[in-house]
Design a protein around this ligand. Structure first.
Ligand code: FAM
Length: 440
């Protein structure tokens, strides 16, 4: 079968010629007006980015290379073990636009396993982190350190031609994706070790007979096939959500200065660690667990509603609900909920997830302030992880981050393939707004 690099080398020239034609034909097309409110309002609705690998539709949810999640998931190849798609297949799709064959996905899996090594001093650095250092901080720290072996940074410094940049970027992206399970598993083992126990030390390594996700699960210390499958699903569906969200956009802007994939992805992880973005999945499980502690296992919908109203009244948000772009239930929520209903129907926390779905959208929709009252990706994921014994909520965003690498590095690599320039939108001061629009 083709390797990913062979296939990319065939696709890139054709795609670049398509893009040249698109720009010649539509380059002067108008993408909309920008108002002062949009500039103050988090740039909502301003179209200002090209992100080749995915597109978010407010009604349908994410489309990955034109495929919606419900249509894509059954088509992605399964590995030698398990019944859920391999995230490697998603990576192939995002980079090439093509659903890979099973052989191609397995080949990519083997290639990632071979590349999955981390310099020993970086393992030592992680082992020296205090257990109390947030796992996302440790992840960003380790990814930055891996920059030491960036092939792109070295090639750039040696003056390679611009049209070959992407080849080195590609190498770094695959290396980084391959290293992530090892880095993230080490962080997990260190933060969950018993009080007084030593850190992981030597001896954590990738097994070349396992897939990317299987390796990650095994190195974290999880052994069951069902956990492996749940992780495959999690890592496949959290990969990308078009280019303007905080993590993807950060990766894109940092990389536009030709910072290598390690520096760009570490910055991206710092954005994902914000509570309104990736950290919401940790908040979400904590919210549900606390609600269960207060209401018990047989709470009525009326009690859940009163609880939710009290939270909103106190000025807090309901984690797992709302979205900046989506205006319907997130399909990533739906497929996790369906998995949960099939595999853990009696989990008491799942019952609360269902009750929240019945209550929260109606409550949030009252008054019309919240633009999307429906659940987002985070509303069910914590309950799944918790069910299989992954109970350390402050680790959840690391899992999100490992998955996000597939999407943001694919999108960013395509930005380098297209040779997009350094990003530099114009900013204004408030005085300038008055000068532009105010009375003389
Ligand atoms: N609970 C209570 N109030 C909410 C709310 C929620 N879940 N979602 C939105 N609102 C409020 C929001 O705080 C804002 O109030 P103020 O005007 O008083 O500041 C108002 O409704 C309008 O907000 P919006 O325009 O509907 O949403 P934004 O685009 O500003 O924000 C979110 C989008 C996701 C940050 C917001 O819905 C939120 O805070 N949700 C809860 C946290 C969460 O689940 N984040 C995860 C997002 C997920 F997709 C991810 O990135 N992992």
């Amino acid at each position: 079968p083709n390797t990913l690099h062979q296939r990319m080398s065939e696709i890139v020239p054709n795609r670049l010629s398509d893009i040249r034609i698109i720009r010649t034909k539509y380059g002067k097309g108008n993408l909309g007006n920008v108002t002062v409110d949009m500039a103050y309002g988090g740039m909502r609705g301003i179209v200002g980015l090209i992100w080749e690998v995915s597109l978010l539709d407010p009604e349908k949810g994410i489309t990955l290379r034109t495929h919606s999640l419900p249509e894509l998931l059954p088509r992605l190849p399964r590995g030698r073990r398990g019944s859920e798609p391999m995230p490697e297949g998603m990576l192939w799709l995002l980079l090439t636009g093509e659903v890979p064959t099973k052989e191609e996905a397995l080949g990519l899996s083997a290639e990632l396993a071979k590349r999955g090594v981390v310099e020993p001093w970086i393992e030592d650095v992680l082992d020296q982190c205090p257990k109390t250092l947030h796992p996302m901080t440790q992840l960003s720290y380790a990814v930055n350190a891996c920059q030491h072996s960036s092939k792109f940074a070295k090639a750039y410094a040696s003056g390679v031609p611009k049209d070959t940049y992407w080849q080195y970027y590609f190498e770094d992206c695959l290396d980084l994706i391959a290293k992530l399970p090892l880095i993230a598993a080490r962080i997990y083992r260190n933060v969950t070790r018993a009080e007084g126990a030593p850190p992981v030390g030597r001896g954590l390594s990738v097994d070349v007979s396992l897939d990317w996700s299987g390796n990650f699960a095994r190195m974290m210390g999880f052994e069951s096939d069902e956990f492996d499958d749940m992780l495959r699903l999690f890592l496949t569906i959290h990969c990308d959500h078009e280019g303007g969200n905080v993590s993807a956009h950060t990766c894109h802007v940092v990389s536009s200065a030709l910072a290598d994939p390690y520096l760009s992805f570490a910055a991206c992880m710092n954005g994902l660690a914000g509570p309104l973005h990736g950290l919401a999945n940790q908040e979400c499980l904590l919210f549900i667990v606390k609600m269960r502690e207060e209401l018990g296992d047989n709470a009525s919908n009326d009690q859940v509603e009163a609880y939710v109203r009290a939270i909103i009244k106190s000025g807090q948000v309901i984690p797992g609900y709302g979205h900046a772009v989506l205006r319907k239930t997130d399909p990533r929520y739906t497929c996790q909920k369906e998995w949960a209903e099939m595999h853990l129907p009696d989990d008491p926390l799942l019952k609360l997830v269902g009750q929240l779905f019945e209550v929260v959208p109606r409550v949030l929709a009252e008054g019309g302030k919240v633009k999307n009252p429906w659940p987002n990706v985070d509303a069910a994921s914590g309950v799944l992880l918790n069910h299989y014994g992954l109970k350390e909520t402050n680790y959840y965003t690391v899992l999100f981050g490992v998955s996000r690498a597939l999407g943001v590095l694919s999108g960013t690599l395509w930005a380098r393939i297209c040779g997009l320039p350094i990003e530099r939108p114009k900013s204004l001061t408030s005085e300038e707004v008055v000068r532009l629009f105010g009375p003389e």
